[in-house]
Design a protein around this ligand. Structure first.
Ligand SMILES: *Cc1c(COP(=O)(O)O)cnc(C)c1O
Length: 493
């Protein structure tokens, strides 16, 4: 008997071709079990959990073993502030190559003229973009007006005025309840304090973006930045229309494609739905539909490339070269016909899931989807998003609660559930499976009731009860479905 995962794999596959990436992965796990059992234990448990649960979180995916393996090495030890071939540290020649690979890979994948691959996350990418726009459009002009060379040359008084000028700029983004991200001007987020944040919302009747209304607000507010992008909007954006609005009021069009970058990369969003030809700057994550390592990305038009490249060290801490290497791999993985098929299937699956849920009597925001996510409105079932989320998790279906437009339950309890198909599509599932999953979700939700709050005796917003027989039935269904679609099948533990 041995506890070694690698030994087990080698034994089981003796005489057969063995996969190097599996050997490497299992060797790492073995090593961690010996040297850092306190990390190996939850890590292995996470692998077990991901294998046995339906991952329906719209912002998550499964990256390839190659992407994951590329992050476990000595590149993590390198400091490389600056950008390729322009560093504040000596000894960056090899990291320069890694980062250039990622930059060129991103440019080729998206057809962009400039890429910046250092942001550690999507939120960081947005901070860099905000700062770059403020620098180029406001700070540099003000410094020039004062006849100075840099902020360092300003008097304290001049600098304080500049600071206030920057803070007083307006940006216009999608409100949180309509599907915008926290970094799009949510009051508790720093984005609402570094500038004056105003928002547009979806149409209360249709749940759709109303370009006439966005234009009206833009004319009134004259924002420096018009932000287009979302975390929980189940439809597409017309970027030609957004650019027209931005141009009319002299705003910079910033697109945050954190959620749908994979659908742009996979050529599902084309023409006016592709932000690359229209937005001045595009921010993104690399780990959602794009299926790369956890991280951020910025694409921009040439006029912004110089300021964007100064994101580190002026906004960000030191780059993560090991993650940048993994991004380079993910950009190449996404620049393939296979990935385009994948991206198309993600949307086909989301539509199949929405259709199934509607057929089962679940209310779907905007009555459907054109992207990778479906937003459910649970208010007609008399339960909050929090209760629905808990119920589905008990049936091994991992989703997250989410606000729906003009949500009356607030950001903590919410009235909605957000479901995404990016991860299950990576696992190989298609319409037939989505149909089944829609039925399961509906069965669980329809058989869940709000409990009574022990203090007030009123209907609880946090605790619900689900028929245990139904939960058991659905759990069995999930388990047998997942057997047909094993995650990382060679990684048996
Ligand atoms: C997820 C998301 C982000 C933040 O990404 P992190 O990597 O978590 O910082 C930013 N913007 C949008 C629209 C997102 O959906």
């Amino acid at each position: 008997m041995t506890d070694s995962l690698l030994d087990k794999y080698l034994e089981k596959n003796s005489g057969k071709p063995r996969k190097k990436e599996v050997i490497a992965y299992l060797a790492i796990l073995d090593h961690l079990q010996e040297r850092a059992p306190y990390i190996a234990k939850p890590l292995l448990q996470e692998l077990v959990d991901q294998k046995r649960r339906l991952k329906l979180i719209a912002s998550e995916n499964y990256s390839s073993l190659t992407v994951q393996l590329a992050m476990g090495n000595l590149l993590t030890d390198k400091y490389c502030e600056g950008f390729p071939y322009h560093r504040f540290y000596a000894g960056c020649e090899n990291v320069d190559q890694v980062e250039s690979e990622a930059v060129e890979g991103a440019k080729a994948l998206f057809g962009a003229s400039h890429a910046y691959v250092q942001p550690h996350s999507g939120a960081d990418a947005n901070l860099v973009a905000f700062w770059a726009i403020l620098t180029k459009k406001i700070q540099n002009k003000e410094i020039e007006r004062l006849g100075k060379k840099s902020p360092n040359a300003l008097t304290n008084e001049e600098f304080e005025k500049l600071r206030q000028l920057l803070c007083n700029q307006t940006f216009l983004g999608l409100s949180l309840h309509s599907g915008g991200h926290l970094t799009h001007g949510f009051r508790q987020n720093v984005s609402a304090k570094m500038m004056r944040a105003v928002s547009y919302s979806v149409d209360p009747d249709t749940g759709l973006l109303d370009y006439g209304e966005i234009a009206r607000i833009a004319r009134e507010e004259k924002p420096l930045i018009l932000l287009a992008g979302y975390s929980a909007y189940p439809r597409r954006i017309n970027f030609a229309k957004m650019r027209e609005i931005a141009d009319e009021v002299g705003a910079v069009l910033l697109c945050d494609m954190a959620h749908f970058a994979g659908l742009v990369a996979g050529k599902v969003f084309q023409g006016e739905e592709d932000p690359v030809p229209y937005a001045h700057i595009i921010t993104s994550t690399t780990h959602k539909t794009l299926r790369g390592p956890r991280g951020g990305l910025i694409l921009c038009q040439p006029e912004f490339s110089e300021v964007i490249d100064k994101g580190c060290p002026l906004v960000l801490g030191g780059p993560l070269p090991h993650v940048i290497g993994a991004k380079a791999i993910a950009f190449r993985e996404a620049n393939t016909p296979d990935f385009q098929d994948y991206a198309g299937q993600v949307v086909t699956n989301a539509r199949a899931l929405a259709t199934s849920l509607k057929r089962e009597g679940i209310s779907v925001v905007t009555n459907g989807t054109d992207n990778h996510l479906v937003l459910l409105d649970l208010s007609h079932l008399g339960i909050t998003g929090k209760i629905g989320e808990n119920a589905l998790v008990q049936a091994e279906m991992i989703v997250n609660r989410n606000m729906i437009p003009f949500d009356s339950e607030g950001a903590w309890f919410t009235s909605g559930i957000r479901i995404g198909t990016a991860a299950l599509t990576t696992r190989g599932m298609k319409e037939k499976e989505m149909e089944m999953i829609g039925k399961w979700i509906s069965r669980v939700l329809h058989n869940t009731r709000a409990g009574l709050d022990p203090k007030t005796g009123e209907k609880s917003r946090a605790h619900g009860e689900t028929d245990p027989k139904i939960l058991e039935e659905v759990r069995e269904g999930v388990a047998s479905l997942l057997k047909q679609y094993p995650l990382y099948p060679e990684l048996e533990i």
